[in-house]
Design a protein around this ligand. Structure first.
Ligand SMILES: Cc1cc2nc3c(=O)[nH]c(=O)nc-3n(C[C@H](O)[C@H](O)[C@H](O)COP(=O)(O)OP(=O)(O)OC[C@H]3O[C@@H](n4cnc5c(N)ncnc54)[C@H](O)[C@@H]3O)c2cc1C
Length: 285
């Protein structure tokens, strides 16, 4: 059974993919946007599920794309539903620890990370008012050797784009579609879109982020973020400005995560690169 709608039934999988594929020019066959060769990964020893399911994943963020990729590799048919009408250049730095980069490597993205992410030498802890170094955790090559995978800093949009390129050929993505309801019926679960359309599948995966509506509906309880009284501010500074300053150049030339510890306050800085242009518009009209 394909995910199907009550008010406007969706066409066959193939037609659906043709019609609703977002309008991103695909990278040249076998290459990603920066020209790095994409290795077609083979997960689960190429074994497929004996029963292919139709699965709806709510949320086309990092988690949704990752879940969708693994499900398609196991032979399932996946439709991703995302409320943003555009996927693109949002966010800033994201830190990827070895437990996640190990998976990305397994999915064939190891070379992309090597080429396009920053591998920090370590984490330096500094006193906020004097700049005195009070601690250092070595990472770089030694952490990679120890963990079998590296620690990277990356721009979230680059990671999102890498995962999008990996997954898009295998799934249907509905952008500009907000899920407003979910019926977790064990026999025929469904989601309702803001438009009133209802889509059924064999399985629904909630990957709709920190304010997850699906989690709230399934658990039957609100799960709001708790106010801590802390506030976080984020900014990005062009590397060209830092390299011009003799005191700040070091932060670019020796990439590391630097944390300045002050009374009741903490500041973190780390270099990232921005590698790929990324904009996927809403479904083609
Ligand atoms: C726009 C954006 C920018 C971010 N920038 C950074 C950053 O710079 N640094 C950092 O460390 N982390 C950032 N994050 C957070 C980080 O990406 C996530 O916390 C982490 O990757 C976990 O991923 P996730 O897939 O669970 O959630 P998210 O990455 O938050 O993805 C959830 C997705 O679900 C979609 N969604 C939510 N509700 C619905 C609904 N009802 N119907 C349909 N779709 C829905 C959202 O639009 C979103 O695309 C950002 C997240 C977002 C959404």
């Amino acid at each position: 059974m394909s995910p199907s709608g009550s008010s406007s039934p969706l066409p066959s999988d193939h037609e659906q993919n043709e019609r609703q594929r977002p309008t991103l020019a695909p990278p040249a066959r076998g290459l990603d946007a920066s020209g790095v060769a994409m290795r077609e990964p083979s997960l689960y020893g190429s074994r497929k599920a004996s029963l292919a399911l139709d699965i709806i994943v709510v949320g086309c963020g990092i988690g949704g794309l990752s879940a969708a990729f693994c499900l398609t590799q196991a032979g399932h048919r996946v439709t991703i539903i995302e409320s943003y009408p555009v996927l693109g250049e949002v966010g800033a730095g994201i830190q990827l620890t070895p437990n996640s980069t190990r998976l990305l490597r397994r999915w064939g993205l190891g070379e992309h990370l090597k080429e396009n992410a920053v591998r920090p030498e370590g984490i330096a802890y500094l006193r906020y008012n004097t700049g005195e170094r009070i601690g250092f955790t070595r990472m770089g090559e030694s952490l990679e050797r120890e963990q079998g995978a590296a620690y990277y800093h990356m721009h979230r949009a680059d990671l999102h784009k890498l995962l999008y390129d990996l997954v898009a050929p295998h799934v249907t993505i509905l952008l500009g579609s907000t899920v407003t309801g979910c019926d977790p019926d064990p026999i025929s679960p469904s989601v309702t879109l803001e438009s009133g359309e209802v889509l059924w599948a064999d399985l629904i995966v909630g990957a709709d982020g920190v304010r997850s509506r699906i989690q709230r509906i399934v658990s039957g309880e609100p799960n709001p973020a708790e106010l801590t009284g802390d506030a976080v501010y984020r900014t990005t500074i062009p590397a060209s400005l830092l390299t011009r300053d003799p005191e700040l150049r070091e932060f670019i030339e020796h990439p590391q995560m630097t944390g300045w510890a002050g009374p009741g306050k903490w500041m973190v800085g780390y270099p990232i690169v921005r590698s790929y242009p990324f904009q996927v518009l809403t479904r083609t009209s």
